[in-house]
Design a protein around this ligand. Sequence first.
Ligand SMILES: [Zn+2]
Length: 260
Amino acid sequence: MTDKIKFLGTAGARIVVAKQLRSSAGTWITIDGKNLLLDPGPGTLVRCAKSRPPLDPTKLDAIMLSHQHIDHANDVNIMIEAMTNGGFSKKGALFAPLSALEDDPIVLKYVRDYVDEIHVLKEGSTYTLGSIEISTPLRHIHPVETYGIMLESSKQTISFIVDSRFFPDLIAKYKKSNLIVINLVRYDGKGGKKLDVDHLNLEDVKNIIKGIRPKRAILTHFGMTMVRSKPWEIAAEIEKEIGIKTTAATDGMEFDLANM
Ligand SMILES: [Zn+2]
């Protein structure tokens, strides 16, 4: 298995998801012989089946939720069921914040028995999956308990900087990343109105990329203002301005991790 990230969906926030202007399916990550699924939003199971070649959920080793918002977690139950062959083959791990399991539980109780392990995410924790280190260095500022995910393999450190309000620790805590995948929800550029929301906008993302200076940045999870602003043009603008290779993810895009 080659190490890669497949973006089954790139939609962020309510309207783009509700109208399915972009797919809201999750992100399938293959590294060091393991398959992980991050944030299985609405449509993930369908997109796995319709992917070319199809992605087989029974090959998953772990499902991770950064938080319980529906655009990140809607398909978690069906994906657990699919991963475990309808619950008949107990296997795999689920990683989720406590809030997704207790406060506003999006993971149904009966499917929890299908997985081998449930890891409750906490700030500053590290978990292992084969040779991969999975860590949650930082609780993000978002209306519900949310963690960014850092994956360290034998070859690279990849950070998924998920939904958050901007704060300087987003740079400090993900500093060692070679690759960052960042949820750029809002545009707010060129005189756009800066709303007081718990999501990153273009200016925040530029500051994070400038601060971390990874080998590459991939933008995803686009809200309406970003979809309208042509994410590929925004990526080109960032690359020109900061000098870091930047790619705007598209639905179904497969990123080969050997091509950093
Ligand atoms: Zn959210």
